[in-house]
Design a protein around this ligand. Structure first.
Ligand SMILES: *[C@@H]1O[C@H](CO)[C@@H](O)[C@H](O)[C@H]1NC(C)=O
Ligand SMILES: *[C@@H]1O[C@H](CO)[C@@H](O)[C@H](O)[C@H]1NC(C)=O
Ligand SMILES: *[C@@H]1O[C@H](CO)[C@@H](O)[C@H](O)[C@H]1NC(C)=O
Ligand SMILES: *[C@@H]1O[C@H](CO)[C@@H](O)[C@H](O)[C@H]1NC(C)=O
Ligand SMILES: *[C@@H]1O[C@H](CO)[C@@H](O)[C@H](O)[C@H]1NC(C)=O
Length: 624
């Protein structure tokens, strides 16, 4: 009783009443809304127009499959939206939950560029920033029953709870539905019922790690509680001492329980059975409001009497700060993952330090770049850059997972790409045969798209400055992934174009204006891309060219053959059987356009991508 003054009492009454009114006719009640502070849109803006298109599309398409994600708009007005329903509910329940969400999210988070709302039965999440496939490991909302299990049972109860939650999470993570529900006994007659779910855009590993983060919160918030729900924007769990199956549909004329997890009647500190304060409302809405007010009043009284109030904690988010935390790995974790940076785990030496292979406790394989001492930046600037680079996500870029800053160590943690780098194949006399034309052509396309994303499609504009075969990694399907991008930014020397005294490139790949004057731009990356193309076709290293004709380097040799109309002679002998001559010629042509001395003559990456995809080179096709 002393926990709550009379103000809080009124608050509870008002709240319960609101839930009943808006929850009328549809089960599940609101768990919380998250109005992120990442920015506001103005009314009548394009963003709002897009949101008005997005929400109905999420509701209608989400109802069909129980999950749906999409984007509306482009550029600075793009919105990413995702909805998901609890997996085991009916389409009708799903639809009504989504409909309510789409109305409530606007009411509760007016003008927000990023918001999420979670009900028992569904989640709706939209943002101006891409969030698909990214686990949110922050507990955004924690609700629990204040009722405790009796001391005598506490040990068994907690053991069984842990075991239930672990089983549920690993099963759910391995399923396509990312959902599981089950129960476990903790006495001969008492059970714990649990359910877990991730949004299905998450990978198994991400789903598992998301759930594990939620579950790890139990100890600090809800030890011995007879029920709790903890959720982020991408995963959630709930457990109770009564069954949590979805309510059956035939009760359409009855409203849902007023306060869903209100305590059972039993006085032993644990119990079972559904909450009992269900009111049948068959009268017009005004009467139902009256009834609900009364009902809520008594509910509140009883709840107060039993001192078992469900606590409602909603954590408002400071998105940027949190994402920085979630990207930080502890040095111990990385030491363990890499076997204390053992030599056996060395993958190679990059421009900025040694790279090690590692494996996180959840089985995820990583590559750890151990930066050679000082990045020349303060820790906060470094973290800010990592957060920005983490946001660059493209299938042709190696994904940056996080960082570790500890004492002398500055580490960058990347996804592990299994097939090493392109140069290991391309310049190896035996392995090069494995790279037939089809594979090389796919790799070329991938590099071009990745580079285009860096130059223009990502929210940051990034010049790679050291594009070369050694920085192209190949995944299990031999897709190209560009590595080592954004390093100049991390080292605090980046502008989108300019001049530098620190020339970071690799001899042979560097555009003349960069190599000679240190002046770089997207066009110097285009030059390096052109060199890479010529290498891919000839199978020869740019700076270790085995002379076939008279020309002294690969670039001049390619020019010469092109002018003589013998372009195909440039081709690697091992491509003889697999090549498509038109494609090879087109690539040589593009390569030559890219390596022109005058940077204004070089195409942009967007025209390169266009040219790669078209059957004829209609424009920019004259080589000076
Ligand atoms: C956005 O709007 C909310 C509510 O109107 C306000 O509290 C908040 O300060 C605004 N945030 C920004 C960044 O303008
Ligand atoms: C989603 O729903 C909208 C209707 O609101 C429809 O126009 C659109 O085609 C649907 N999109 C998909 C991908 O099904
Ligand atoms: C939905 O999310 C998946 C997983 O991240 C992504 O591959 C897909 O492109 C998204 N769909 C849309 C329409 O954006
Ligand atoms: C339940 O247990 C927690 C921790 O064990 C304690 O802080 C809390 O006061 C207990 N609540 C009740 C109602 O006994
Ligand atoms: C678990 O509890 C249920 C319900 O009380 C009971 O029917 C079942 O036999 C119990 N199972 C075990 C293994 O004790």
């Amino acid at each position: 009783m002393n926990l709550l003054g009379s103000n809080s009492k009124h608050f509870i009454i008002l709240f319960s009443c609101l839930f009943l009114v808006h929850a009328y006719g549809q089960p599940g009640y609101i768990l919380g809304e998250l109005c992120f502070i990442s920015g506001n849109y103005t009314s009548d803006s394009q963003f709002q127009t897009n949101l008005n298109v997005l929400l109905p599309s999420l509701v209608s398409n989400g109802t069909r499959d129980g999950f749906f994600n999409t984007t509306v708009g482009a550029g600075s007005d793009i919105i990413y939206g995702l909805v998901q329903c609890r997996y085991d509910i009916s389409p009708e329940d799903c639809q009504s939950c989504l409909e309510t969400s789409s109305v409530q999210i606007i009411r509760r988070c007016p003008n927000r560029k990023k918001a999420a709302i979670r009900y028992d039965y569904c989640i709706l999440h939209y943002s101006n920033i891409q969030f698909f496939s990214r686990p949110d490991r922050n507990a955004r909302g924690i609700l629990y029953s204040v009722g405790n299990v009796s001391d005598a049972l506490a040990n068994t109860y907690n053991q069984q709870l842990t075991s239930l939650m672990n089983t549920l999470s690993s099963t759910a993570a391995s399923r396509v539905s990312k959902f599981d529900i089950s129960s476990i006994n903790y006495t001969s007659s008492d059970q714990i019922f649990g359910l877990v779910q991730c949004t299905t855009d998450l990978s198994s590993n991400d789903c598992l790690s998301c759930l594990q983060s939620m579950i790890s919160e139990i100890r600090s918030c809800c030890d011995n509680s007879i029920g709790a729900r903890i959720y982020s924007t991408t995963c959630n769990f709930r457990y109770e001492t009564y069954p949590i199956n979805p309510s059956p549909r035939q009760s359409a004329s009855a409203p849902p329980p007023a306060v869903d997890a209100s305590p059972p009647e039993s006085t032993t500190g644990h119990g079972k059975g559904k909450p009992t304060n269900v009111v049948v409302i068959v009268v017009p809405i005004i009467v139902s409001v009256l009834l609900c007010a009364i009902c809520a009043y008594f509910t509140a009284r009883r709840v107060l009497k039993n001192k078992r109030i469900q606590k409602h904690e909603i954590i408002y988010d400071q998105d940027e700060l949190r994402s920085e935390e979630s990207l930080q790995f502890s040095l111990n974790v990385i030491r363990t993952a890499t076997n204390d940076f053992s030599e056996d785990n060395e993958l190679g030496k990059g421009g900025f330090g040694l790279v090690y292979k590692g494996e996180l406790p959840d089985g995820q394989k990583i590559a750890v770049k151990r930066l050679a001492k000082n990045s020349g930046q303060g820790p906060q600037e470094f973290k800010n850059e990592v957060v920005l680079l983490h946001k660059l996500q493209h299938r042709n870029l190696v994904r940056l997972l996080g960082f570790c800053l500890s004492g002398e160590e500055t580490l960058l943690i990347y996804e592990f790409v299994p097939n090493r780098s392109l140069d290991k194949y391309l310049f190896d006399p035996t392995k090069k045969a494995y790279l037939n034309w089809e594979k090389r052509y796919k790799i070329i396309g991938g590099i071009a798209r990745g580079l285009l994303y860096l130059h223009q499609d990502s929210r940051l504009r990034i010049i790679h400055r050291d594009l070369k075969a050694g920085n192209i990694l190949l995944d299990a399907e031999m897709n190209a992934k560009i590595a080592d991008f954004g390093m100049a930014k991390l080292f605090g020397v980046d502008q989108t174009q300019g001049k530098t005294k620190r020339i970071a490139g690799t001899y042979g790949y560097m555009a003349p204006e960069y190599a000679l004057q240190g002046s770089f731009s997207v066009k110097s990356d285009v030059f390096s891309f052109g060199v890479l193309l010529l290498e891919m076709i000839s199978g020869q290293k740019i700076n270790n060219f085995q002379l076939l004709g008279h020309a002294s380097d690969l670039r001049s040799y390619a020019w010469k053959l092109w002018r003589e109309g013998n372009a195909l002679q440039l081709m690697d002998q091992s491509l003889q059987d697999s090549c498509t001559p038109d494609e090879v010629k087109r690539c040589i042509h593009i390569g030559l356009l890219c390596v022109q001395d005058n940077l204004d003559d070089r195409p942009t990456m967007s025209s390169v991508v266009l040219m790669l995809n078209s059957n004829s080179l209609t424009h920019e096709s004259s080589i000076s």
